[in-house]
Design a binder for this molecule. Structure first.
Ligand SMILES: O=C(O)C1=C[C@@H](OP(=O)(O)O)[C@@H](O)[C@H](O)C1
Ligand SMILES: C=C(OP(=O)(O)O)C(=O)O
Length: 474
């Protein structure tokens, strides 16, 4: 059953539903009995944190990282860098990263978990040292594409031992890696280009990379890599289409404060849009390289009101959700949340340009089709996206496939549809371990907001009752 977001009568009050402080295992998604009203502070950006860590490891001195994301993907990055010889000192105020004299000086093993940024950013660092570095990860990570990056590292002079062009593999590099001219097909992930660009300045001849595939996803993530390198003094000529020429030279150490993760803010903001409520995320950057910023225009297209003032982003649901036609090539990581919003919109939605997300944490197109249809939706995969036809939804199991963003999508639908249970909320620890707490807190804050509003209305009525028709008080 899809609940009318404006109908506050038929569902139990969330506080009357069992609320467990779980962080793994099955999770009954809490329903929103009222339009949500809350402020949610979102933790640091995964993409910015992991780039900052890698750049600090490659820099010419120690760097401080403040507000870095503490989640599985960034823990794996920190541990992976330590395996390559980097010293990372973590305190409550931030992290101090001290690069070694020689990266990957000795043989080591790096666990990539399911983190694309770890499996695509650290092998290039391993190519800068003589140690044999063994990369492995979760079973599901062995399905993620790696071939173009491994071929590029081989072309650049590293030794790569691999069975099936995926994890696991071993990279043995050299301290004097020459670099030079390479061609890479990055149509299956922008992360190959980012990983290579990150080490370009440290190669003897720099790096001249040309992307040769038909499509290039996540261009803002490549721009983020280029911008963060330039902030550290690296010279990059990107004036030719699909070509980046990185001059050899030092990468300057730099302290950084990490922005909130705008893609992880998306489910909370979408919650306001679909329940007809209002959610604010503070510390929204005025200008950013994070593609997740696109959530502002996406929710506006769906029909929500979106306002950025004084560094806070507020989304207000208007009670209307249109079907939309979206090309998400640049911001494919928003697809699961967008598909969930589309499933409760008024008209059909087309999502295009995201064929490569079949190689994300799971095949997201297949997963979204299966899980949305399992709740009664009519969703179909296309060659490069999804068509979502809204239907009246019913409760049921929502499989997450170890994918944090599938969990966000299931939680969103659970706000409006009774009895949706996610099979494992633990997967949200990949980029936001506090997701279940923040989500239930958002609902609890909304209940308090609505209690305060009712109390204010009652007080107002009492005041009015106490005033006689001639305006004098009883
Ligand atoms: O470089 C990055 O930080 C990322 C790039 C993108 O990867 P793809 O280009 O593989 O989609 C994005 O989806 C991922 O979440 C993070
Ligand atoms: C695709 C994603 O992650 P990864 O960095 O593992 O590729 C994602 O977070 O949506």
């Amino acid at each position: 059953m899809t609940k009318d977001p404006m109908d506050v009568t038929s569902s139990p009050h969330p506080s009357s539903r069992p609320r467990r402080a779980v962080d793994s295992g099955p999770w009954p998604a809490p329903i929103a009995s009222e339009p949500l009203h809350a402020t949610v502070v979102v933790p640091g950006s995964k993409s910015e944190t992991n780039r900052a860590l890698v750049l600090a490891a490659l820099a010419d001195g120690p760097s401080r990282i403040v507000g870095g994301l503490d989640a599985r993907d960034t823990r794996l990055m920190r541990d992976g860098l330590r395996a390559l010889g980097v010293v990372i000192d973590e305190t409550a105020d931030g992290w101090t990263v001290t690069p070694p004299q020689q990266l990957a000086a000795a043989s080591a093993s790096v666990d990539c978990g399911l983190a694309g940024t770890v499996m695509r950013f650290l092998p290039p660092l391993a190519a800068l040292g003589p140690g044999a570095i063994r990369f492995h990860g979760d079973d599901q990570a062995n399905d993620r594409p790696m071939g173009p990056l491994l071929d590029a590292l081989y072309d650049m002079g590293a030794d790569v031992t691999v069975d099936a062009n995926t994890l696991p593999f071993t990279v043995t590099g050299r301290a004097d890696l020459p670099g030079g001219r390479i061609r890479v097909d990055s149509s299956t992930s922008s992360q190959y280009l980012s990983g290579l660009l990150l080490i370009g300045a440290r190669c003897g001849r720099g790096l001249d990379i040309e992307h040769v595939g038909a499509t290039l996803p996540s261009r803002p993530h490549i721009d983020m890599t280029v911008a963060m390198l330039r902030e550290r003094g690296v010279r990059i000529d990107d004036t030719q289409p699909n070509r980046w020429i990185v001059s050899p030279g030092a990468i300057a150490a730099r302290d950084i404060v990490i922005e909130p993760d705008l893609s992880n803010a998306a489910p909370f903001l979408a919650a306001a849009a679909i329940t007809g409520g209002e959610v604010t995320v503070p510390n929204w950057p005025i200008s950013t390289n994070q593609p997740g910023d696109r959530i502002r225009s996406i929710l506006t297209e769906f029909g929500a009101r979106v306002i950025l003032t004084d560094g806070a982003l507020t989304v207000t649901g208007t009670g209307v959700l249109h079907g939309v036609d979206l090309d998400l090539t640049d911001v494919s990581e928003l697809t699961p949340v967008v598909a969930a919003v589309a499933a409760v919109a008024r008209e059909a939605t087309h999502i295009r340009g995201v064929a490569h997300i079949r190689g994300h944490e799971t095949d997201r197109l297949a997963a979204l089709e299966a899980e949305l249809n399992g709740l009664g939706s009519s969703t179909k995969q296309t060659a490069d996206g999804l068509v979502v036809h809204p239907r009246v939804l019913h409760g049921g199991d929502w499989r997450t496939y170890a994918d944090h963003r599938m969990a966000h999508a299931g939680a969103l639908l659970g706000l409006l549809v009774d009895d949706i249970t996610l099979d494992d909320i633990g997967c949200t620890s990949k980029t936001m371990p506090e997701f279940p707490i923040l989500w239930t807190q958002m609902i609890a804050d909304s209940d308090e907001w609505s209690d305060r509003r009712i109390a204010a209305e009652q007080a107002e009525e009492t005041r009015n009752d106490q005033v006689t028709p001639d305006g004098s008080a009883h």
